[in-house]
Design a protein around this ligand. Structure first.
Ligand SMILES: Nc1ncnc2c1ncn2[C@@H]1O[C@H](COP(=O)(O)OP(=O)(O)O)[C@@H](O)[C@H]1O
Ligand SMILES: [Mg+2]
Length: 146
């Protein structure tokens, strides 16, 4: 088995006095799909937000391809190639589908690849290509999640 691409080691996260994560560890290899399953309030979102630098864990490490990215600000985690598709859609409702996708290409790393990435997204989600001029807020829930 190859070395893990993403490695989470012993994460502890607190909101004030309340502990949301206690010693969470996981490893994800390149090409692997890992699902985090748990009841409401179990800490799934807190874990994802900690990986992405939105929350600052009190203890533990997040390693990406060998680099320790623990505590990095979100924009740097994003530049390093970690995406985060939030639940609850969060599109810019008054911008078109195309404009929303273009917003995703603002990081420096993404700018040079904008044209080919857009083609890849439209091939994956032909529905978005059909509706590229439509205001994103008028798409169905499932289409907004795309
Ligand atoms: N910003 C916050 N401030 C205080 N407590 C929070 C905050 N976000 C989440 N929590 C608490 O942390 C725990 C884990 O929440 P969360 O990570 O959202 O769980 P899940 O995504 O698995 O439903 C819950 O007890 C929740 O109430
Ligand atoms: Mg959640």
């Amino acid at each position: 088995m190859s070395a893990p691409l993403l490695k989470v080691e012993n994460l502890d996260l607190f909101y004030g006095d309340a502990q949301a994560l206690a010693g969470v560890s996981l490893e994800i290899a390149q090409g692997e799909i890992v699902a985090i399953v748990g009841a409401n309030g179990a800490g799934k979102s807190s874990l994802i937000r900690s990986i992405h630098g939105i929350e600052k864990p009190a203890r533990g490490h997040v390693r990406l391809d060998g680099s320790d990215i623990t505590g990095w600000p979100s924009y740097r985690v994003c530049e390093a190639g970690v995406g985060h598709v939030a639940e609850g859609r969060q599109v810019f409702p008054n911008l078109s589908v195309l404009e929303n996708l273009e917003m995703g290409a603002t990081p420096k790393r993404a700018r040079a690849l904008e044209k080919q990435t857009l083609e890849r997204v439209f091939a994956m989600f032909p529905r978005l290509a059909e509706r590229r001029r439509q205001a994103a807020g008028t798409l169905s829930g499932g289409e907004q999640q795309m």
